[in-house]
Design a protein around this ligand. Structure first.
Ligand code: NDP
Ligand code: GDR
Length: 337
């Protein structure tokens, strides 16, 4: 039986990956932070809480990481933990650098020192591409991050490659484009939208208030992406792979699809902060725009080229963005009811 450790097991991807590895017969361990309220909500929703072994873990705590890696002697270590909300990284840039950057080094150094057979996966991100230098973006595209989050993740990405090259570790980095699900954090734009739209469909008259509607993202389903992570660690050699759907969509179009799935037909008027969406059946305002949700620097366009993952890993995304919007909107409708 293989033994895996998932940092960030309480997060969206951690929960789906735990479910996938359990189904493959792994012994699954995960890292959790001690907090003052229950932290297994997502694992509970997938029905796997009792099947995983949880350990106290924090990316900023080097001795804790050393002990876990030394004592665990894991076959695979998936580093999914991070300060993952881009918006917060301007408020807490030092924390983002420490956790998302140096935190990766702490794990790699522990593996190098105490458990060099452990295969390592680093959760890198399309946010590293930032300013658009090439379309679509692939493994070799110039990195130009636009947030403290993205800058810290670039360090994590390169230190993973460096430890693989320097110390012959099986350490791979997945550059994953946005992936969502009914378990997505409520502050991210897709889930924020589906929760608010579901409430409106259930009778609420509080509009959804968003920021930049013109940004474009390449959105896939999280369940597909954790399968890609696992495939990376089954290869003979470590490497870098992009996972994406190769389709890009504006925030506005995602919201329109999610609203349509809840029988809320939208008509958009105005521009910038004056833009809004009206329900064409009732005339009620469903979406408004506020300066408050714009970012100091924006990533305008993300669209990935996952050809390498398809050829080498046999991986492709299975869900379209319209299917994803519908899945999330209907799930939140049921959740609220
Ligand atoms: P989530 O925000 O859902 O989960 C983040 C996880 O990290 C949580 O389990 C959280 O724990 C944990 N965490 C945060 N800070 C620390 C810390 N200091 N020490 C230990 N654990 C910590 O993120 P996702 O599941 O969506 O993403 C997983 C990873 O993939 C992240 O690294 C993210 O940056 C990256 N990524 C995500 C993409 C996406 O579209 N989802 C795309 C590309 C990369 P707690 O529950 O206690 O807060
Ligand atoms: P992102 O996801 O920054 O791409 O990072 P998020 O959903 O937060 O933003 C996507 C885009 O939507 C615009 N936007 C808003 N975003 C939020 N959160 N709230 C709003 O009200 C709003 N209005 C417009 C943003 O400006 C942005 O352009 C996610 C995270 O999962 C990262 O951890 C991961 O690395 C990347 O995806 C790939």
């Amino acid at each position: 039986m293989k033994k895996a450790f998932i940092s960030g097991i309480t997060g969206q991807d951690g929960a789906y990956l735990a479910q996938l590895l359990l189904a493959k017969g792994y012994e699954v361990h995960g890292g959790v932070r001690r907090i003052s309220h229950p932290f297994t909500e997502r694992l509970n929703r997938l029905g796997v809480t009792d099947d995983v072994q949880l350990h106290e873990f924090d990316l900023s705590e080097i001795n804790n990481i050393n002990r876990l890696v030394r004592d665990g002697q894991y076959d695979e270590f998936y580093n999914l933990a991070a300060q993952s909300f881009v918006g917060s990284s301007w408020d807490q840039p030092h924390y983002a650098a420490d956790v998302n950057g140096l935190g990766v080094l702490r794990i790699l150094d522990a593996i190098r020192t105490f458990s060099s057979h452990t295969r390592f996966y680093q959760a890198s991100t399309s946010e590293m591409f930032g300013l658009v230098h090439e379309v679509p973006q692939k493994e070799t595209t110039l990195l130009h991050p636009r947030s403290p989050y993205g800058v810290a993740k670039v360090y994590g990405h390169y230190i993973t490659m460096n430890y693989a090259e320097s110390f012959d570790l099986h350490a791979s980095s997945g550059i994953l484009f946005n992936h969502e699900s009914p378990l997505r954090g409520k502050e991210f734009v897709t889930r924020k939208a589906t929760l608010a739209l579901a409430a409106i469909a259930r009778g609420s008259d509080t509009p959804l208030v968003l920021g930049n509607m013109d940004a474009r993202r390449d959105w896939g389903f999280a369940g597909d992406y954790v399968d890609g992570m696992w495939r990376m660690l089954q290869q003979d050699k470590p490497d870098v792979y992009v996972l994406s759907t190769n389709v890009t969509t504006t925030i506005r179009d995602f919201v329109t699809s999610a609203a349509a799935a809840l029988d809320l037909p939208l008509e958009w008027t105005g521009e910038g902060v004056d833009e809004k969406a009206i329900n064409t059946k009732t005339g009620a305002t469903v979406v408004e725009v506020s300066e408050k949700f714009f970012r100091p620097a924006e990533v305008d366009l993300l669209i990935g080229d996952a050809t390498k993952a398809k050829e080498k890993l046999g991986w492709t995304a299975t869900m379209t963005v319209a299917q994803l919007a519908e899945l999330m909107a209907k799930s939140d409708y049921d959740l609220i009811g």
